[in-house]
Design a protein around this ligand. Sequence first.
Ligand code: ACO
Length: 333
Amino acid sequence: MSSKKLRACISGVHGYVPDYILTNSELETLVDTSDEWIMTRTGIKERRILKGEMQGTSVLGVKCVKGLLEKTNTDPKDIDLIICATVTPDMLFPSTSNLIADKVGATNSYGFDISAACSGFIYALSTGSQFIEAGTHKKVIVVGADKMSSIIDYTDRKNCVLFGDGGGAVLLEPSKDETGIQDYLLRSDGSGGDMLCLKAGGSLRPASIETIKNKEHYIYQEGSSVFKFAVTNMADISEEIMNKNNLNSDDVAYLVPHQANKRIIDATAKRMGVGPEKVLLNIEKYGNTTAGTIPLCLWDYEKKFKKGDNLILAAFGGGFTWGSLYLKWSYNN
Ligand code: ACO
């Protein structure tokens, strides 16, 4: 019997963003802000918004997964498991992954959601890879998607400029070679939970006239405090995974960072010693799509990747949660 470790590899990626573009100039008409402030403080120029009645995050997820199945020529009935990372599920239950599975015809699959805010995709990817590595699952889909516009107060200038809607999905399969997911580090610190949260709508503060009046169903964030934690922890954990795997900056082909703020990304890249040519960015056109940013970035830059490229994924988000993941890209385009 071979003792060779089974690895999970990404064998396809697909993303989706809605058509509607919310620009900085449109935001200037809604709140007291400016393109100049938003660009210099965050690096965001525009973001996408999912418009229309009865359009939840599963709409984004379904678009991503249908595109992924088509692109990888995969029969939906062959999917064993769908994991969806999101903090904006269609409903508290059933899980959004179940709704996606139903709409794409993944009738032999089961699924569950992962709530880890902006680190959700890294949490879900590392979770999904375990099922492949265990040898019990052959095809696992990991979705990261958020309809952030559903929890944004468009009169709150501190938050409404930051977020957008979108998502991406990857197919995980057993790797045929040494490529695939090599290592990951995940962390959380619940003592930071109050600094970035949705105060009401859960069992602690169920929806009431009062919670609505207090606008507690919109995202709450102490921006500058969160910023300090994000800069330190995202940089630390990216450096840590490099050290743990004996990687130097020349070994890293690309950093795929969560896209919350260009300044956080720059600090992470600086700590890793990687130049701007290795830092994948799409914050300018999508803003922060929470669990969507990293798979969207993989999708946007897929054509650049070559088999064997070392990618470092890194994120920090509400919870607090943070993490990094090291993978060797598994295919050429
Ligand atoms: N336009 C103009 N002025 C603004 C705006 C705006 N959109 N928003 C805030 N300001 C003002 C503030 O009112 C403040 O004015 P004051 O000094 O008169 O009170 C001033 O700008 C500075 O505000 P700060 O909040 O200190 O600005 P900062 O430079 O910290 O940038 C930001 C704010 C962009 C939110 C930053 O703190 C940040 O990126 N934080 C981290 C976000 C993050 O990574 N979150 C985790 C992931 S999200 C998730 O998990 C769901």
